[in-house]
Design a protein around this ligand. Structure first.
Ligand SMILES: *Cc1c(COP(=O)(O)O)cnc(C)c1O
Length: 384
């Protein structure tokens, strides 16, 4: 019995060749593969600027800094996300709050966001940044969020760690004119991988320059950005405080090679989702919804059991049968660290209710129909 994980990378001989070429070249980092990786993603998304980094977490951090988030500011995100979408605010000395989810999409609720903004305005504590997360790859309603952003003057970073290759209406995720910066992750469980890696994309040239500088110590080599005439060709200036969040050329070459298969990956994920939809139709669970006007990246296929009291037993049965189910996500506000900041059970009831019954089934491009049938059969038996 082979183990079927919930997500896994697909590495081809072509990928290995691309990586080996970099290993034999002059540059292992800060070379041409990174630029090519950035250009490929920017062109794919229809964004003017792309800045590759060593993780999506790093990209979220510098995206917040590029939008001037700091002490005294608030950042709001969804409680149904990986902790990194919230931690980035704390790295900047800002405070975090959450907006509960829409039980249908598992994304941040637009209605609750609007209500919370109204209340925050009267209390004088509007957020500077809101981070909607395209959970499982299902696009958030970016246009509605943008309308609120204009009215309440906050910036939008969409966390598209689950959504590369997806579309919001006519726009490819990352190229829609409704957010300031979009973040991608290239962790091996995500849709395409670089081992570890992330990217920030934007259509704002000023933000593009800032993101690139923050990635590498706050250093510039562009004389136009310097405080004085260069001393000579060696000269650079540190004009702000940045980090070493660079990705390597080894990873970037893997990324470029993987991106060539992105559309095929998304198509296969949709085939698998359609099969799950059909095969699970009569079981006592809720299947995920997909808005036909958009295209989900389908990073995850999450079911919610009608009877959450059976979740643990169902999960254990699947694991015992070699099926690597997982749970996305334990609501961030319930993490012990976030509880020390004052959050408690009951704060975001929709995210908590969703979490109680959620199970992520195996979903990755190389999952076979036969493997999927085995997942469904074990799940059906476990629920019987
Ligand atoms: C994976 C993930 C991240 C973090 O990505 P890394 O590249 O591992 O830093 C952030 N947000 C979401 C929603 C994720 O799924």
């Amino acid at each position: 019995m082979t183990f079927i994980p919930y997500g896994r990378q697909d590495i081809t001989d072509e990928d290995i060749k691309a990586v080996c070429e970099v290993l034999r070249s002059d540059f292992l980092t800060q070379g041409p593969a990174i630029e090519k990786f950035e250009k490929t993603v920017a062109e794919y998304c229809g964004a003017s600027h792309a800045v590759a980094m060593n993780s999506a977490t790093s990209a979220l951090h510098v995206a917040c800094l590029a939008l001037d988030l700091g002490p005294g500011d608030w950042l709001w995100t969804s409680p149904n996300t990986f902790v990194a979408s919230a931690n980035c605010a704390l790295y900047c000395g800002a405070q975090v709050d959450f907006v509960d989810i829409d039980p249908a999409t598992h994304n941040m609720s637009i209605e609750l966001l609007e209500r919370k903004l109204q209340a925050a305005e009267s209390e004088g504590r509007l957020p500077k940044i809101v981070i909607p997360v395209h959970f499982a790859g299902e696009p958030c309603d970016l246009k509605a969020i943008k309308a609120l952003a204009e009215r309440y003057r906050f910036k939008v970073i969409d966390d598209a760690s689950h959504a590369i290759g997806g579309r919001y209406g006519e726009f490819v995720i990352g190229g829609a004119p409704y957010s300031d910066i979009t973040i991608f992750s290239f962790h091996p469980v995500k849709i395409v991988t670089t081992g570890e890696g992330g990217m920030a994309v934007t259509n704002n040239p000023e933000l593009g320059v800032k993101l690139a500088r923050l990635r590498t110590h706050g250093i510039t080599r562009n004389p136009a950005e310097m405080t004085r005439e260069p001393d000579g060709p060696w000269y650079y200036e540190q004009i702000g405080l940045g980090y070493n969040y660079r990705i390597t050329d080894i990873q970037a070459a893997l990324g470029v090679s993987q991106l060539g298969r992105l559309d095929a990956y998304i198509r296969r994920r949709h085939e698998l989702a359609a099969r799950y939809d059909e095969l699970l139709a009569s079981l006592p669970l809720k299947r995920p919804v997909r808005n036909p006007e958009n295209l989900s990246g389908l990073h995850l296929y999450v079911i919610v059991l009608n009877d959450p009291s059976r979740r643990k037993q169902v999960f254990e049965t699947l694991r015992a049968n070699g099926i690597g189910v997982n749970v996305h996500y334990i609501p961030v506000h319930l993490q012990p660290y976030y509880r020390t900041l004052g959050f408690k059970p009951g704060d975001f009831p929709a995210a908590e209710a969703y979490y109680a019954g959620a199970v992520s089934l195996p979903m990755f491009a190389t999952l076979t129909n036969e493997q999927q049938d085995r997942v469904v059969s074990v799940l059906s038996d476990a629920l019987a």
